[in-house]
Ligand binder design. Structure first.
Ligand code: SF4
Length: 366
């Protein structure tokens, strides 16, 4: 058995930690590249959303490297994510690739647990006593590392607009995340967090700068994965913007566990409530959250909102129309970026530069 999983943001560090700690063999898909996207695009319907194509590309690359078991998150309607696993299975079978599939349910229910039980029947026979025994510890280590990665990424968002040498934060963040990834015990994870924080804080900074505050909202994969969003977070930071986002893997895991009242997950409840000023029902995926977050960020005095959405994403297409009105009503600039498989890196850079320039004019005029 060799398990694999999608490669999105720093999520692979979490999955890798579980597999390594529990002693489960795994294949890490290569870092998402043009080749990954090309493979995904080649084997998908052109109208399907971008995350589908990238995840499919990750799976094809991992299966070609020898993986035989795919672990994928599921979802429900109306978002197409609910159909990802069904459609991807058909495509991979048509390609003659052999694999077993394990869906992680989006919500833990008896029905989902039963499905999971059925899917893992064969897999369980291949697990050793050590795998089973260490699995809970693996989950704990994965969680610890994920929280460490998120803390470091948040710190990078804070210091990036102050950096004196462009690109230095990104270089140091990469190093800090690799320290967490390489840690094998609780003690070394703690040390990796400390060393990573020091690495970022000790960077040469111009602390007299007053960065713009911008919230990134939108479809969750597009917000969380720098390959999908072409490094929007980094680009904005390097233009002097302190970025905030509330879409993190931990937020979505807590949501799946129905821990909606806990810390960051409770923010989603606030955003959802705020969205009711414009929407009378739950559109699905992140639509209501994008709208609610934009409203509350405007109230909190943020300078702007960047809304990210994959081309043809139904929930975020709905959100983008409403966000135009939110921007006008609440006097907050909102930039929607529609992402697809085209080479649009230069275009995104230009749009972000123009957006930040507009924030500068607005600040001067205030
Ligand atoms: S939220 Fe949009 S992009 Fe994401 S899976 Fe659903 S339809 Fe596709």
């Amino acid at each position: 058995m060799k398990v694999t999983f999608p490669r999105l943001g720093s999520m692979h560090i979490f999955c890798k930690a579980i597999a390594e700690t529990a002693g489960i063999p795994y294949i890490l898909p290569p870092e998402t590249s043009r080749k990954t996207l090309t493979l995904g695009v080649l084997h998908s319907n052109e109208c399907i959303c971008l995350p589908f194509k990238i995840i499919l590309g990750n799976f094809i690359e991992a299966l070609q490297m020898g993986a035989d078991t795919i672990v994928m998150v599921g979802s429900g309607p109306p978002c197409r994510l609910g159909l990802y696993d069904l459609v991807q299975k058909v495509i991979l079978e048509d390609m003659g690739l052999h694999y077993r599939w394990l869906t992680i349910p989006p919500r833990f229910s008896w029905k989902a647990l039963w499905k999971n039980h059925e899917e893992t029947k064969d897999l369980r026979k291949e697990l050793s006593a050590r795998n089973v025994l260490f699995f809970p510890y693996g989950l704990w280590m994965g969680w610890k590392k994920m929280m460490a990665c998120e803390a470091l990424e948040r710190l990078a968002m804070k210091v990036r607009p102050m950096e004196l040498k462009k690109g230095e934060t990104q270089k140091r963040l990469k190093k800090a995340l690799s320290l967490v990834d390489e840690a094998k015990t609780q003690k070394t994870v703690e040390e990796a967090i400390q060393n990573g924080k020091t690495l970022l804080q000790e960077m040469e900074q111009d602390r007299s700068r007053i960065p713009f505050r911008v919230a990134i909202v939108g479809e969750l994969y597009t917000v969380m994965d720098p390959h999908i969003n072409r490094g929007v977070e980094q680009k904005l930071g390097e233009l002097g913007v302190e970025v905030t986002r509330t879409s993190w893997f931990s937020t979505h895991i807590l949501r799946s566990l129905r821990k909606n009242k806990a810390d960051r997950a409770s923010e989603r409840v606030r955003f959802f409530e705020a969205s009711k000023a414009y929407l009378g029902y739950d559109v699905g995926a992140e639509c209501n959250i994008s709208i609610g977050e934009a409203i509350l960020r405007a109230q909190e005095g943020y300078d702007g909102i960047v809304h990210l959405m994959p081309f043809a994403c139904m929930p975020e297409t709905t959100a983008s129309g409403i966000l135009t009105k939110v921007g006008r009503d609440r006097d907050i600039p909102i930039l929607t970026l529609i992402l697809d498989e085209q080479e649009i890196e230069g275009r995104i850079q230009t749009l972000l530069e123009a957006f930040v320039e507009m924030l500068e004019w607005k600040r001067k005029a205030a």
